[in-house]
Design a protein around this ligand. Structure first.
Ligand SMILES: *Cc1c(COP(=O)(O)O)cnc(C)c1O
Length: 459
């Protein structure tokens, strides 16, 4: 026990903890005492240095509370996404459908994950997914693992071992969070044989190599190279793969299952389309355009999928019961052609007239204007392409401060700042949150003369 309290007149930790019941309930007694001790020690150091410090009982408990909240953020909190990006990786990518949420809740306790209810014997966790993956993509077989990166590692570890994987230099992308595909590939033990150039790779370039295990095509999903460019089609690559007697693996990224008429998806490869064009294995994410939980789908030739399933890494990369539940429910919506049930699709396809009415109501309530804008698909799908729609623009003296206030409430609200204006995109906001959003915006826009005082560290 440090004894400086007598010197500085600071309250003792054992006195403080008796008044910090809320923190003890929330964080536990041990961590609360530690945090109070840090607060007292910090204050003592400041005072002995002759600097002002929080020294009151309430101030020290508040400081310990802020410290604990920063160290222990708790589970992810629900936020309102008004930022204009549908698949927002920092905000948890695809929001789950009602059916997927219910499936997660059902699977959360004991469940028949690997149990055959009828016979009372062991069942298979893959059996509920495989027929859905086959039906949804037209593949011979399919499985799902932790995410698309895991699917890539599993495929390369299984099919390539230490042999060569031919891939275009124009497709060796960084997928965000500073993860680079080449590094993920090398971690699988595969040897990359990079062919072509950043902007142009021809079909004949894929004839390179003398110990080739497979050809790999990666959809350059989060950037676009324009100008003097060339990349062979899946059909052309499939021909070469067949002639060489090796499989063609296609990482399509977004998890678009079938080709779609929407113009903003024109450049997006679909799983079904890639298989039809001759890819032997296709992999993609579960939480981008598929609109499900984090997962990596791997579909295609039955012998190749079976080999992946038998690889020891398959066990290390497998899905848990919660995500299997969510993925099954999401795929069932796709199979019923009920994209309206999948929030990602419901938002992307929201009627622009209805969005405009909501935007105008909000603009009237908070004093903004409605402009024609665009929502980004995000998650690396269709880079640079937006879905046209209305955006509420709010001119205010300090948009950063208002955005900060919006994030500070419960639930936090995330908006976008563009051209020194606050931009609110309702496409990604549930209609039932419109009133709350309007009230919080109005409050955040009101000048707060006392704010600086309330935030101060001294008293
Ligand atoms: C997003 C993406 C990945 C990574 O997907 P995760 O499911 O996040 O692992 C891999 N490849 C491509 C082409 C992507 O777009």
């Amino acid at each position: 026990m440090a004894g400086g309290g007598e010197l500085t007149g600071l309250p003792r930790v054992d006195v403080l903890v008796d008044s910090a019941g809320d923190l003890v309930t929330r964080y536990g007694r041990g961590p609360t005492i530690e945090a109070l001790r840090r607060a007292v020690d910090g204050a003592r150091r400041m005072l002995l240095d002759g600097r002002p410090a929080v020294a009151s009982l309430r101030g020290l408990i508040a400081a310990a509370g802020a410290d604990l909240a920063a160290r222990r953020p708790g589970p992810p909190r629900a936020v309102i996404n008004a930022a204009g990006v549908v698949i927002h990786t920092n905000l948890g990518r695809a929001p789950l459908s009602a059916a997927a949420r219910a499936a997660v809740a059902d699977a959360a306790g004991y469940c028949d994950l690997e149990y055959d209810i009828d016979s009372g014997r062991r069942g298979s966790r893959g059996a509920r997914l495989e027929p859905l993956l086959v039906e949804a993509t037209g593949a011979e077989s399919g499985m799902a693992v932790n995410n698309a990166a895991a699917a890539l590692v599993l495929v390369l570890a299984t099919l390539a071992g230490g042999r060569q994987v031919v891939v275009s230099r124009g497709e060796l992308v960084e997928i965000g969070g500073s993860f680079r595909l080449p590094e993920i590939m090398v971690a699988s033990g595969a040897r990359l044989l990079e062919v072509g150039t950043t902007n142009r790779t021809r079909a004949a370039d894929y004839l390179a190599g003398d110990d080739v295990a497979l050809l790999l095509k990666v959809h350059p999903s989060n950037f676009r190279i324009t100008g003097f460019t060339a990349a062979p089609s899946v059909v052309a690559l499939a021909d070469i793969a067949r002639a060489r007697g090796v499989p063609l693996v296609h990482d399509t990224g977004s998890g678009l299952l079938g080709d779609r008429p929407e113009p903003w998806l024109a450049e997006e490869p679909s799983v079904r389309g890639s298989l039809a064009a001759g890819a032997d294995l296709v992999l993609c994410s579960g939480d981008k355009l598929l609109g499900g939980p984090q997962a990596g789908l791997l579909v295609g030739r039955a012998d190749l999928v079976a080999a992946c399933r038998r690889h020891p890494l398959a066990r290390a990369l497998r899905l848990d019961k919660l995500r299997i539940g969510a993925l099954v429910a999401t795929l069932e919506s796709h199979l019923r052609d009920r994209l309206d049930e999948v929030p990602t699709w419901a938002m992307l396809q929201a009627h622009s007239g209805a969005l405009r009415v909501r935007a105008e109501t909000l603009a009237r309530r908070v004093g903004g204007t409605v402009e024609n804008g665009a929502t980004l698909i995000g998650g690396g799908a269709a880079p640079g392409v937006g879905v046209p729609g209305p955006v509420v623009r709010l001119a205010c003296p300090s948009p950063d401060q208002v955005a900060h206030r919006l994030r500070g409430g419960t639930p936090p609200i995330v908006v976008r700042i563009a051209d020194d204006c606050l931009c609110v995109d309702l496409r990604t906001v549930p209609r039932s949150d419109d009133d709350l959003l309007a009230e919080r915006l109005a409050a955040a826009l009101r000048p707060k003369p006392l704010e600086q005082r309330g935030d101060g560290g001294t008293h």
